[in-house]
Design a binder for this molecule. Sequence first.
Ligand SMILES: C[S@@+](CC[C@H](N)C(=O)[O-])C[C@H]1O[C@@H](n2cnc3c(N)ncnc32)[C@H](O)[C@@H]1O
Length: 186
Amino acid sequence: MVKTTNMGGGTGRRSDRDLKVRVKTSKGRKIGSTLWLQRQLNDPYVARAKAEGLRSRAAYKLIEINDKHKLLHKGMRVVDLGAAPGGWSQVAAPIVGSTADHPLVVGIDYLDMDPIEGVILLKKDFTDDDAPQLLIDALGGHKADLVLSDMAAPTTGHRATDHLRIMHLVEIAADFAIQILAPGGA
Ligand SMILES: C[S@@+](CC[C@H](N)C(=O)[O-])C[C@H]1O[C@@H](n2cnc3c(N)ncnc32)[C@H](O)[C@@H]1O
C-alpha cells in the first residue's frame, strides 16, 4: 500500500517542501523505490502523459527532440530500440503514417508491451545475435530511415558499472544504425 501525504501546491524546481505528494516509507519497500514512487507521483510529465493517453513521460523527450531536429517525416521507416512501454513508438507511428496494413515502425524490448496500432513490436533482447536480422525482417527487408534508441539497462547504483552498461547499449545501437540506415538516415 502507498501511504501519501498531500503537501499542497508548488511549481518549478521541487524541493521536499513543495512536493504535492510525499510517500511514507513502508516495510518491504527500499528507500530508492520510495523516492522513485514519490518522484513519479509528483512529476508533471507523468500526469500529462496519463491525461494524453501516452504510455510514458519519455514520449515528451521524443516530441521535444523532433520539434528541435525535425527527424520524423511521413513515409519514413523507423526502428525504436528499448521501446517499452511504447511512448516513442506511439509518437512516431502517426507522424510517419504507420498503419496495420503498412507498418513503418518496429519496436524492440525484452519487456512485455501492449500492442500499438501500426507498430510491430518484438519482445526480444536487442543484444541477442539474431535481433538485428529480426528487425530488418520486420521492415520487410527495407533499410530504415531513422533509428531511435532509448535503451537503458536497470541501474545497479554503482555509477561506473551503470555507465559501462549504458555505453555498451549506445555503441551497439550506433553500430546497428550504421548497418541498417538508408543513405541520409538518422
Ligand atoms: C527508458 S525505457 C524506454 C522508454 C520508451 N522510449 C518509451 O517512450 O516508452 C528503456 C527501455 O530499454 C529497455 N532495454 C534495456 N536494455 C535492453 C536490451 N538489451 N534489449 C531491449 N530492450 C532493452 C528496457 O527494458 C526499457 O524498457
